[in-house]
Ligand binder design. Structure first.
Ligand SMILES: Cc1cc2nc3c(=O)[nH]c(=O)nc-3n(C[C@H](O)[C@H](O)[C@H](O)COP(=O)(O)OP(=O)(O)OC[C@H]3O[C@@H](n4cnc5c(N)ncnc54)[C@H](O)[C@@H]3O)c2cc1C
Length: 483
């Protein structure tokens, strides 16, 4: 009887199934499509639909040992790997770029240990923020910081992106400040624990902002804080960006009680995300979270500062609605057009007005539907998110908006600032403006992933050809200006 010869594809599929169990390995094209995109709402151009990038397998390990065995197998067969959590980051950060295997970490969702005395938690890296928050709450504890996407995202996605802006960073610092240690599964399958000041080649500072290029994180240990007893919300409208920025900075630097969450938005952003909106053009919103006597002082300080700057107090119901919607508010804009376009910038607080002065003329007379949303971050910086609501069918407008956002990125780098989030799409900015970071990360990557198989085309290598991008933006901007 002749034996059927199995292909190499079947061979490694079977081996993957032996490692993680058959129900957690899939080659089904529909499942692959569903688990390889992100929230960038431009399907036509999304990497996940481009044939050369499409993954062949989704694999869901359950623990570090399985994660390591999967990585080793991929190395043995020279398969490209993309490590992925909830896929809520944008710019194709969690999308395959060379096909191969997607390692989905969401099955690794257990809390391993909560130490209430040391105020630390050790957990698997794919745990969702909601699950982690709930587990800590049961012990009277809470994470020090998390993203506003906490309803859908996972811990490891925040650890390897910068984790520098969101909820808690102004009060407690970035995710890097909260990290004690991570367990790293390197591209060859070897496992190492990286602690603060552990002195190895790859440090925790390299891991935060690495976008997974050094391998997969399987476990994380964090410092946590205690649950507080009082939450207070304040919001003031202002006539000018100068007044709003000044108030925003006063709240951010106030030593009595730093905001748990702080934002500055323009009226258009509020208009796109809510039905009834504050009447003034700029709106500063803060949430204080501490013990009652501390939040009471923060409220008094806010009122006094806002009065001096001519701020108009906003109704409490609006403030409550905004806090309830904080996880959805950026997505609300996406419902109002076919293709929301956005870019995120990482700007020093003292340069907020300068950034706005550069941006405002570009949207003067409302050439396109636009909005601005600033969110407080750590280390005297803020994430500015600029939106353009468009439709790829209106290609002049679409590429004109892209060109505007690109100009703001150029401005940011030329003024010593930069963009907030990388991913595949934004990597070319590092190559244009931040060669020092590229070289540092390249050197580390050469030692752990010389074949460049894991999370390729993030930070150290770009998919875009720089001359094409430059040419495209110049043409787009010129045509849009004349249109
Ligand atoms: C409405 C909304 C609000 C948001 N708010 C914020 C915010 O406040 N602050 C902020 O910084 N971002 C924010 N984001 C962006 C995004 O949600 C966060 O970056 C989030 O932390 C990503 O988590 P994720 O689980 O979705 O990760 P994914 O998108 O799956 O992955 C993000 C990156 O991490 C890599 N990765 C994931 N897990 C691992 C792992 N275990 N090992 C190695 N690499 C891994 C992926 O390859 C990818 O490069 C927001 C997004 C939306 C849509």
């Amino acid at each position: 009887m002749s034996q059927k010869k199995i292909t190499e594809f079947e061979k490694y599929t079977n081996e993957l199934k032996e490692i993680v169990s058959p129900s957690h390995v899939t080659t089904d094209p529909y499942e692959i499509e569903a688990a390889t995109g992100d929230l960038s709402i431009l399907p036509k151009y999304h990497y996940k639909f481009k044939e050369e990038h499409i993954a062949t397998h989704i694999v869901r390990p359950n623990n570090t040992d399985q994660f390591s065995a999967v990585m080793k197998l991929c190395k043995d067969y020279m398969l490209p790997v993309t490590v992925r959590a909830a896929g809520t980051s944008c710019y194709s950060a969690s999308t395959p770029t060379k096909g191969g295997v997607v390692i989905d970490v969401r099955r690794m969702n257990k809390v391993l240990e909560i130490d209430s005395e040391k105020m630390t938690v050790k957990c698997q890296a794919g745990i969702s923020w909601l699950k982690l928050i709930q587990a800590l709450r049961a012990k009277g504890l809470a994470p020090k910081c998390y993203p506003t996407s906490y309803k859908s995202s996972c811990l490891s996605g925040f650890v390897v992106t910068s984790g520098a802006a969101g909820i808690g960073q102004i009060k407690f610092g970035s995710i890097y400040d909260a990290l004690n240690a991570v367990t790293l599964v390197k591209p060859d399958g070897s496992v190492s624990r990286i602690q603060k000041n552990s002195g190895g080649e790859i440090t925790l500072a390299d891991i935060t902002g690495s976008f997974g290029i050094f391998g997969g994180i399987s476990e994380v240990e964090l410092n946590v804080t205690t649950l507080k007893t009082s939450m207070e919300l304040v919001g003031y409208g202002f006539h000018t960006m100068e007044q709003a920025s000044e108030f925003y900075r006063l709240l951010k630097s106030n030593s009595i009680d730093k905001p748990f969450y702080l934002s500055l938005s323009d009226k258009k952003f509020e208009g796109f995300s809510h039905v009834t909106i504050p009447s003034r053009p700029f709106f500063v919103y803060a949430v204080f979270y501490d013990d009652p006597e501390v939040t009471a002082k923060a409220l008094a300080f806010s009122k006094e500062s806002a009065d001096k700057l001519g701020g108009l107090e906003i109704d409490k119901w609006y403030l409550e609605e905004k806090w309830r919607d904080v996880a959805d508010v950026e997505l609300n804009l996406g419902r109002l057009c076919n293709n929301p376009i956005f870019q995120e910038y990482w700007i020093s607080d003292e340069k907020l007005e300068a950034f706005y002065e550069e941006y405002a003329p570009k949207v003067k007379d409302d050439k396109y539907r636009n909005a601005m949303y600033i969110m407080g971050g750590s280390n005297g910086k803020s994430r500015i998110k600029l939106f353009g609501l468009s439709d790829i069918e209106k290609s002049l407008e679409f590429f004109g908006i892209k060109a505007n956002l690109h100009k703001m990125a150029q401005w940011s780098y030329k003024n010593g600032e930069g963009i907030y989030s990388c991913g595949v799409v934004n990597t070319f900015y590092y190559h244009l403006f931040n060669q020092e970071k590229v070289q540092h990360m390249q050197k580390l990557n050469n030692s752990v992933d010389p074949d460049d198989r894991v999370n390729s085309y993030r930070i150290i290598k770009t998919k875009m050809r720089l001359w094409r991008i430059k040419l495209l933006f110049i043409v787009a901007q010129t045509l849009f200006r004349w249109a």
